[in-house]
Design a protein around this ligand. Structure first.
Ligand code: RIB
Length: 301
């Protein structure tokens, strides 16, 4: 990254323990199959985005809730290891969120999340965090926590002049109030279709998404498309890579894109950086376990 301003980012979001089974072919209903590998790993869309931004070099604050259990302890320790500020990570008697993931031979996944403690983040804590984190520039959220928490956090963020980024995943109906509070919305293709009523298959469809506001649509192995507020488009193809596991790739895009934007890069440059990082993440198993380290990230700038 050529720019030198501090990247202070808050992620209001989910943290989960990912329990992943890898099998060449996934079972049909009523069928039992023998798989290849089972892993436990750090996940949750919010935590993945926070960790990715921190690995890039951002000063990251995570606002979330973990259970008082072994998964919660392990996630908190991982945040400390990565250097994420945990002053606003609270603990609950409700268990830590978990994600049950199946990954097939093509690297495609199916995920069931059990939100657990993630659904207990308090509005007042999120607002307090956003109001008090020094030099905050960007606030990121997703849809694995309650929408009312994201709305309150984004309102606080906007009133202190921060940029807000929503990754609408997993898709849920977004309130008009939340959509209005988003400077950026970053959906994948299916989330784009849910939001806009059509897949992002033509320039006309892309240009008519949120006129006057900025968005990026991630299009898997095709890369990403930046839709500027004036409707102009910048398309960034992804480098060729062999997908082993796509889990968390979209999150690595959001975290690294936000980092580059917070450093003062223009959106198209930040998008290109995010596409390189995400393309690398699909070549390894797991979510956070697939993310490049600081030395490798430097080669993407
Ligand atoms: O986006 C990938 C993430 O979705 C996984 O890490 C899993 O925890 C689910 O939240």
């Amino acid at each position: 990254m050529s720019q030198n301003q501090d990247a202070v980012i808050a992620v209001v979001g989910s943290a989960m323990m990912d329990l992943t089974a890898y099998a060449h072919v996934l079972p049909e209903p009523g069928q039992t199959l023998v798989g290849e590998v089972f892993t436990t790993g750090f996940g949750g869309k919010g935590a993945n985005q926070a960790v990715m931004a921190a690995l890039c070099g951002a000063n990251v604050h995570f606002i979330g809730k973990l259970g008082k259990d072994v998964f919660g302890d392990a996630i908190a320790e991982n945040f400390n290891k990565v250097g994420i500020n945990v002053s606003y990570v609270d603990r609950s008697n409700t268990p830590t969120g978990v994600a049950h993931i199946w990954v097939d031979g093509e690297g495609e996944n199916r995920i069931i999340i059990i939100p657990g403690a993630n659904h207990e983040i308090e509005i007042s804590r999120a607002v307090d965090a956003i109001n008090n984190i020094p030099d905050l520039t960007i606030v990121i959220a997703q849809c694995e926590i309650k929408q009312e928490v994201t709305i309150a956090a984004f309102k606080a963020a906007k009133s202190r002049g921060c940029t807000t980024i929503l990754n609408p995943a997993p898709f849920e109906q977004l309130s008009p109030e939340l959509i209005e509070l988003c400077d950026w919305i970053i959906p994948n293709e299916t989330e784009f279709r849910e939001l806009h009523g059509a897949l992002p298959t033509s320039d006309e469809i892309l240009k008519s998404f949120r006129p006057g506001k900025k968005s990026i649509v991630t299009v898997g192995s095709q890369g990403a498309i930046f839709i500027d507020s004036d409707g102009s488009l910048v398309k960034c193809p992804a480098p060729q890579s062999t997908a082993v596991d796509t889990t968390g790739a979209g999150d690595s895009f959001v975290g690294s894109f936000a980092y580059a934007l917070a450093k003062g890069e223009d959106p198209a440059t930040a998008m290109r950086f995010g596409v390189k990082v995400a393309s690398r993440s699909v070549t390894k198993k797991g979510a956070q376990s697939s993310y490049p380290d600081q030395a490798e990230i430097k080669t993407f700038s």
